[in-house]
Design a binder for this molecule. Structure first.
Ligand SMILES: Nc1nc(=O)c2c([nH]1)NC[C@@H]1CN(c3ccc(C(=O)N[C@@H](CCC(=O)O)C(=O)O)cc3)C=[N+]21
Length: 306
């Protein structure tokens, strides 16, 4: 096979953000509604800080009101729940995102179920999980990473995945399971594989569409990829890159890699997403799209489709 097409998630995300910005201006001009996105972060994990910062920056660029709550790591569950309830009541807030993971002493499920389902732009609330799994994609907030992955798949294969075999590797509630639901809704034949799957490489080699969401750097080698497959790499792993030299503190520099060995997979695939520049930027773009949708609903006007 010739080298695979590199699916440019960064460019696709920029187009969505451009659309969201234009639609936001129209919404605000027509109804006075300014979409509001609240991001809540507990603790000082540097990687989380970076993501939250980039979400806030993008929201502002879209014409949203961006609200950031930075709480110390030792914040009690009760305090966090109170912050969420106050945001539920705040008419200027249309989307609430509580950055995960939360510290050990906080019950993550309880926090998520406290978010108003109609402001749950992450799509993690049980109501939205239920809407998606019953096929009510019109009402559901769809989790941003699977929604963004789906748009990239549609760019390559179109809207109807009839007759395609899709394999999702990973069964998390935030990526693997909703990803499988979206593929199923688009008529693909879906397998969810995971660490206990027998002959994982063989199962993956049956995939016309292969989605990797396992959280293990470059685990899916060329041996997992069928000739002509579309490969979506959801993984974002920071690993040491001694070839780049040392940082000032004497430890090796680092780089981001996905769950797929790009070089090997690209020799077989028809199309593949890179890391960085693939699914990651789409996740943030879909968060903006979900927030705009929520604001449109609250203003009683039809939301644009992406
Ligand atoms: N409630 C909640 N919702 C989330 O959506 C959520 C979360 N918690 N916790 C953390 C993860 C992580 N996440 C990313 C989003 C974008 C990039 C992204 O844009 N990555 C760039 C690279 C960024 C870099 O260079 O570090 C890329 O892949 O090209 C990465 C990671 C959202 N998350």
């Amino acid at each position: 096979m010739a080298e695979a097409r590199r699916i440019d998630g960064k460019a696709a995300a920029a187009r969505i953000i451009e659309n969201v910005t234009a639609e936001t201006a129209a919404l605000t001009a027509k109804t006075g509604t300014v979409p509001g996105l609240a991001v809540v972060i507990v603790g000082e994990d540097p990687a989380s800080q970076v993501y939250v910062g980039s979400k806030a920056k993008t929201a502002t660029a879209c014409g949203f009101k961006s609200i950031k709550h930075e709480l110390p790591a030792e914040t009690s569950e009760a305090t966090l729940l109170k912050v969420v309830r106050d945001l539920n009541e705040d008419a200027e807030v249309h989307g609430i995102l509580v950055q995960l993971p939360l510290p050990e002493h906080v019950d993550e499920a309880k926090v998520i179920q406290t978010i108003d389902p109609d402001k749950d732009v992450d799509g993690f609330h049980l109501i939205n999980v239920g809407r998606l799994s019953t096929g009510d994609t019109a009402a559901a907030f769809v989790p941003c990473t699977p929604a963004g992955s789906m748009l990239l798949i549609r760019e390559v294969l179109g809207d109807d995945l009839s007759g395609k075999n899709a394999v999702v590797v990973g069964r998390s509630n935030i990526v693997g399971k909703p990803m499988a639901q979206l593929l199923l809704a688009a008529n693909a034949t879906v397998t969810i594989a995971h660490s206990r799957t027998k002959d994982l490489p063989g199962v993956c080699r049956g995939a016309d569409i292969l989605v990797a969401a396992v959280g293990r750097p470059e685990m899916l080698t060329g041996d997992y990829v069928k000739d002509g497959a579309v490969v979506i790499d959801v993984g974002i792993n920071r690993i040491e890159a001694p070839e780049k030299g040392l940082k000032e503190d004497g430890t090796p520099k680092t780089k981001l890699v996905g769950d797929v060995n790009y070089e090997e997979a690209a020799r077989k695939a028809a199309a593949i997403t890179p890391v960085p520049g693939g699914v990651g930027p789409m996740t943030i773009a879909m968060l903006m799209a979900n927030t705009l949708r929520s604001a449109c609903r609250s203003a009683g006007i039809e939301a644009p489709k992406f």
